[in-house]
Every structure is written in structure tokens, then in C-alpha cells.
Design a protein around this ligand. Structure first.
Ligand code: NAD
Ligand code: WQD
Length: 346
């Protein structure tokens, strides 16, 4: 396969980043990863290499370290675009340590944009989140990109909103800059090879890693946060999107930036399946497809939880030519296969 342009991926050893690097490499892109390994480890590169058959360039650099980041752009003048995943992402931690979140998530983007301008790199894809929508009003469900942005419920969420504002302001000031903002819903699952996947630190906050760790007997039981919501079975509803489908959307976004000159300068896409699933549906389907029991109990609501949100992904479907279509059974199985691999379970 002929080599395509070179893409710098910040946060490329992380969960979504590593899956995206694989998809970029599978499509022939040259990839340079910048990651400070604050929430990932260097062995992820071995997993990427086993899947893609090549090893991406890796620079162990903090995006807050301007001179080192600048050196990467000097060393690789062929960089055609940046996918910026690097960020801190734990909502609860952001409430306890807001400055760490503002420093890391805002400072990293500011550095990247500044250095891109110096080196005349024009294209950036940014990882945003459905968290910017908060709890949409009923008339906005499923939520499309025109739904109102609501006041953030956490410093983490606020960093995503401010980052989006920074990108709009920079695009306004510099007409050469091309921006794609991708708002992810709830990414889950792992690569079907089980060579890469999610590596949560400590006790998982997110549903799927908690489910797989409970299935692996690392946790006694799953606590389901509330069954008294006004939904069909009383549990919250989310749009769970397979991480490999999500990764492929990034390749589409890069392709469009490099190949479609008549695109809008700033484009925003919701990345979800268009289907909402309840916590209970996820747990039941997981048990069905894996044949493994997940003990659970219903407990009180988790503070700050959104009741229900799912995406209207039509814009991404039509404009990017991308669709999240992996069946949920396969997605849940991939998550379980990854957990088994991590824990040495047969
Ligand atoms: P992750 O923690 O697995 O990956 C982020 C990577 O960035 C890690 O490898 C970490 O070491 C690195 N990193 C953090 N700060 C850095 C810095 N200053 N310099 C260099 N590297 C740094 O997280 P993820 O789930 O892959 O998320 C990727 C992006 O997607 C983040 O921006 C996150 O906010 C966003 N996002 C994630 C979700 C989700 O549920 N996972 C949902 C919506 C949006
Ligand atoms: C999903 C559902 C819980 C754990 C968070 C961030 C958000 C975004 C994605 C980045 C909810 C329930 C969970 C458990 C449970 N990330 N649950 N027991 O809340 O949609 O969003 O991750 O941008 O910003 O806030 O995802 O996986 O935490 O929860 O019952 O042990 O599972 O109540 O209904 P959430 P989640």
C-alpha cells in the first residue's frame, strides 16, 4: 500500500488513540505518536505493531512541554495533520483537582495550535464529548450538533467546551486553519484481536470496565446507579459506540480534511450509533453473549448523572460517509476478550 500523509497523534497510546493509530496505519498513513504515558503504557506500542505490522514513531513528550513538542514538528516537517486526543478525562478527579484539568487540557491544546501555526500545519481533529450537551431537552433527543450546549457539570466537561471555543477563535483568526470537532458518545470495547483495549486506572468509573472486571471476579458486584429514572426499565440510557468504529471515523475526518477543499472551516460531528441502550440492557446482553454472570445490585442514583442521551449521527453518516454498525453483541464480546487477556483467563 502506498504511504499516505503523516499524522501526529497526541495521546496515541491511550484507549481511543491506540485504536485510531491502528486504523490510520491500516489505511497506509504514517503516524507519529506524542504521549507522556500519564494514563497509558509503552507496551501499547507492541500491541499496535502486532496488529498493524508496523511500529509508529513514538515520542514520550508532554504536550505542555512546548520546546519538545516544537522539536517534533521540526524533525518531521511532513506532518500534514494532528489528531489531538491527549487530555485528562476522569470527571470526578476533575472536580477535586480542577487546576490540573484546566492546565493539562487547555495548555496542551494551546501549545499544539501555536506550534501548528509556526510550522504551517493546517489540519486538526479534536476529541470532544457528548458531555457538552448535558441533559438535552426531550425535543432534542436524539441529540444532533445543533442542540444547545449546556453549562458544564464538571471542570472536565468545561475544558471540552473551552477547547471548542479556542478552536473556533483560532479558526476565525487564521483562515488557513481547518478544524474538525468530534463529539464522542460512550466509547466501549476493544480491538477484536485483543491486542489493545481500555486500561482503566484503579477502580473503574465507567460502566463497561466495571462490568468486565466484575465478570473477571476482580470486583464483587456491579452497582447499578438508580432504577427509578423515567426510562423503560428505570436505568439510564446512553449511546455506546464501539471504539473501533469510533477510530474509523477519525480516518474519515482526516481524509475529508486533506481531500475536500470545499468543506466548512470548522466542522462538528456527533459520533454515536443513534441508538440508546439502558444500563440494564448492557448488563443483560453482556451476560447473554459471554455466558458469564455479573452479580449486581441496584443502588441510589449517582450524583450528576445524565438520565438519557443518545446521538443523532446523521451528519457523520452523510458528510463523513461513516456509520457505527458493529453489533452490540460483538462489541461486548470484544470487551470481555480483552479483560480475559489482561487477567490471563481462558
Ligand atoms: P486515555 O486516557 O486512554 O488517553 C489519553 C492519552 O493522553 C493517554 O495515553 C495519556 O497518557 C495521554 N496524555 C494525557 N495528557 C497528556 C499530555 N499533557 N501530554 C501527552 N500525553 C498526554 O483517554 P481516551 O479515553 O483514549 O480519551 C481520548 C480523548 O477522548 C480525551 O481527550 C478524552 O477527553 C476524549 N473523550 C473520551 C471519552 C471516553 O469515554 N473515553 C469520551 C469522550 C471524549
Ligand atoms: C454509563 C451509565 C451510570 C458505572 C462519562 C463521562 C462523560 C464521558 C463518558 C468523556 C450511567 C451507569 C456506571 C457503574 C453504573 N467521557 N453506571 N454503575 O456517565 O455517560 O459518562 O463517560 O467525555 O464525560 O461523564 O458514562 O460509563 O460512567 O456511565 O450503573 O459502576 O452506567 O450511572 O448511567 P457516562 P459511564
Amino acid at each position: 500500500m502506498s504511504t499516505k500523509p503523516c499524522i501526529l497523534v497526541t495521546g496515541g497510546t491511550g484507549y481511543i488513540g491506540s485504536h485510531t493509530v491502528v486504523e490510520l496505519m491500516n489505511q497506509g498513513y504514517e503516524v507519529i505518536i506524542v504521549d507522556n504515558l500519564s494514563n497509558s503504557n509503552v507496551e501499547v506500542l507492541d500491541g499496535i505493531e502486532r496488529i498493524a505490522g508496523r511500529r509508529p514513531v513514538f515520542e514520550n513528550i508532554d504536550c505542555l512541554d512546548y520546546p519538545s513538542l516544537d522539536r517534533v514538528f521540526c524533525e518531521y516537517p511532513q506532518i500534514a495533520g494532528v489528531i489531538h486526543f491527549a487530555a485528562s478525562k476522569a470527571v470526578g478527579e476533575s472536580v477535586e483537582q480542577p487546576l490540573m484539568y484546566y492546565r493539562n487540557n487547555l495548555g496542551s491544546l494551546v501549545n499544539i495550535l501555536d506550534i501548528m501555526q509556526v510550522h504551517q500545519v493546517r489540519n486538526i481533529v479534536f476529541s470532544s464529548s457528548c458531555t457538552v450537551y448535558g441533559q438535552p431537552d426531550k425535543q432534542h433527543l436524539p441529540v444532533d450538533e445543533t442542540a444547545p450546549i449546556q453549562k458544564a457539570l464538571s471542570p472536565y466537561g468545561n475544558t471540552k467546551q473551552i477547547n471548542e471555543d479556542i478552536l473556533h477563535d483560532c479558526a476565525h483568526a487564521c483562515k488557513q486553519l481547518q478544524v474538525t470537532i468530534l463529539r464522542y458518545f460512550n466509547p466501549i470495547g476493544a480491538h477484536p484481536s485483543a491486542q489493545i483495549g481500555e486500561l482503566p486506572n484503579g477502580i473503574p468509573n465507567n460502566l463497561l470496565p466495571f462490568v468486565t472486571q466484575t465478570a473477571a471476579r476482580l470486583r464483587d458486584k456491579l452497582r447499578i446507579f438508580g432504577d427509578d429514572y423515567p426510562t423503560e426499565d428505570g436505568t439510564c440510557i446512553r449511546d455506546y459506540i464501539y471504539v473501533v468504529d469510533l477510530a474509523k471515523a477519525h480516518v474519515k475526518a482526516i481524509e475529508r480534511m486533506l481531500q475536500v477543499p470545499e468543506r466548512e472551516q470548522v466542522e462538528i460531528f456527533n459520533l454515536g450509533t443513534g441508538r440508546g441502550l439502558s444500563v440494564m440492557e448492557i448488563v443483560r446482553t453482556f451476560m447473554q453473549v459471554t455466558g458469564v454472570r455479573v452479580p449486581y445490585e441496584i443502588v441510589g442514583r449517582r450524583e450528576g448523572d445524565i438520565e438519557q442521551v443518545w446521538a443523532d449521527p446523521k451528519r457523520a453518516n452523510t458528510v463523513l460517509g461513516w456509520k457505527a454498525d458493529t453489533p452490540i453483541a460483538d462489541v461486548l464480546m470484544s470487551a470481555w476478550n480483552w479483560e480475559k487477556k489482561l487477567r490471563g483467563i481462558n
